[in-house]
Design a protein. Structure first.
Length: 80
């Protein structure tokens, strides 16, 4: 049985992976092209600590076109 600390750490790990989207290399590629990620644009637009993201940990359920093997944490639309 997991302790509360272990469960919290598991959640924090999933949360960090979701914030990275496709990973650090994808974010670096976006930055290299002179663009910002969706979360960066949202934080730029809004006042500090006013945006609360919803459903950050949701992943797609598509199995067409080989998508069943391509699971990216936080790959959906950023909503809040």
């Amino acid at each position: 049985m997991q302790t509360i600390e272990e469960r919290y750490q598991f959640f924090e790990d999933k949360n960090r992976k979701a914030e990275l989207g496709g990973g650090a290399e994808k974010i670096a590629k976006i930055h290299k092209n002179g663009r910002m990620t969706a979360r960066e644009r949202i934080l730029l637009l809004l006042d500090v600590n006013t945006f609360v993201e919803l459903d950050k940990l949701v992943m797609h359920r598509c199995h067409d076109f080989g998508m069943g093997h391509n699971k990216i944490p936080g790959d959906g639309m950023v909503t809040g």
